[in-house]
Design a protein around this ligand. Structure first.
Ligand SMILES: NC(=O)C1=CN([C@@H]2O[C@H](COP(=O)(O)OP(=O)(O)OC[C@H]3O[C@@H](n4cnc5c(N)ncnc54)[C@H](O)[C@@H]3O)[C@@H](O)[C@H]2O)C=CC1
Ligand SMILES: O=C(O)C(=O)CO
Length: 325
């Protein structure tokens, strides 16, 4: 039987060794992370002849694609595809694959951790102990806010949004509202989540969670008027993408006391610049984009992304092909 021709694969973010081996067994691999200055020239050299790209967290824009003359497939080690120039991919017939599902539960856990951390002031109070300020019983000034029994509003009722809703409705006896389409089944949530307009969700929720994709339609979706439309003293948790929220408006809403707190796993600019006023704000719990960052889940994402890549390069339909339309 003739052996399939080896193709060229450019790995632009580290992959676990076992997944790298799966690719090396059938294709020629260059590993070069363009974010690392010492690897940039290797990346630039490998790009024009690469048939497949695999990695994450790097903007693959139209200019970069114009230099990738041989490209057949990009396999993203992420579910979000906002880093990719989708129109250029569509035009060139380049396949885009991603990693839906394998990170859903872990990301929902992280989002729920942010709900708990902001409501119960966990980071602030842990620092209170660590810094030796726990010298008497805490008073009302350090009390938190109940999570159970509250109303949770979810903007983006897809895989992750529904996984957050299940934790809220089944574990914390919360009332769940959501806005937007429900384009996936919602097992376990029958009769437990109510679809409302975004206006009604903002006005009626104690905690608003963002779990929708960043697109041209959702960039800056949560701005001054949306924050003002939230219940006074509500909490905002962003587990999606930073640029969905207008960060200046969020700071103003926190400083004005309109919002109680914000839990942010994602930022418009990542890593969050040291000078960002979001970093040290006393009522922001900021995480370094760790929604899916557990050993098990990151490995599962790398495995699915590798499978997608190998399938595409073999001319098969990838398991998780992103529909470019
Ligand atoms: N913080 C982190 O580390 C992670 C962040 N994410 C982000 O979460 C997003 C969602 O992931 P999944 O739940 O797997 O995607 P999904 O496609 O299953 O769900 C997204 C939902 O948002 C809805 N939606 C789109 N525009 C909307 C709008 N304007 N208003 C209300 N709903 C809208 C869609 O109809 C869909 O139901 C990803 O695109 C990614 O950006 C995903 C994984 C980890
Ligand atoms: O998968 C994604 O979209 C992430 O943000 C990281 O897991």
């Amino acid at each position: 039987m003739p052996t399939a021709p080896r193709k060229k694969v450019l790995v632009f973010r580290e992959l676990p060794p076992d997944q790298l081996e799966r690719i090396r067994a059938v294709h020629d691999v260059t590993v070069a992370n363009p974010r690392k200055p010492e690897q940039l020239s290797r990346f630039d050299e490998a790009l024009p002849s690469a048939h497949g790209l695999i990695g994450s967290s790097y903007p693959v824009d139209a200019d970069l694609l114009a230099r990738a003359a041989s490209l057949e497939v990009i396999s993203s080690v992420s579910v979000g595809v906002d880093n990719y120039a989708l129109p250029a991919l569509r035009e060139r017939g380049i396949l885009l694959c991603h990693t839906p599902g394998v990170l859903t539960e872990t990301t929902a856990d992280t989002i729920f951790a942010l709900i708990m951390a902001t409501s119960r002031r966990l980071v602030e109070l842990a620092l209170h102990v660590r810094e030796g300020r726990w010298d008497r019983n805490i008073g009302e000034d350090l009390y938190g806010w109940d999570v159970h029994g509250k109303t949770l509003g979810i903007i983006g009722f897809g895989r992750i949004g529904q996984a957050v809703a299940r934790r809220a409705a089944l574990g914390f006896n919360m009332r769940v509202l959501y806005s937007g389409r429900r384009d996936a089944e919602a097992p376990g949530l029958e009769g437990k989540a109510t679809r409302v307009t975004m206006e009604a969700l903002l006005a009626g929720s104690d905690i608003v969670v963002l779990t929708l994709p960043l697109t041209e339609d959702t960039r800056g979706l949560i701005g001054r008027s949306e924050l003002q439309a939230m219940k006074p003293g509500a909490i905002l948790v962003n587990g999606a993408r930073g640029a969905i929220v207008q960060e200046d408006a969020l700071l103003d809403a926190l400083n004005a006391g309109q919002l109680r707190a914000a839990g942010l796993d994602v930022f418009a600019s990542e890593p969050l610049p040291l000078a960002s006023p979001l970093r040290l704000h006393p009522r922001i719990t900021a995480l370094p984009h760790i929604g899916s960052a557990t050993h098990e889940t990151r490995h599962g994402m790398a495995e699915l992304a590798t499978t997608n890549l190998l399938q595409a390069l073999a001319g098969e339909r990838p398991t998780a092909l992103y529909p470019l339309g």
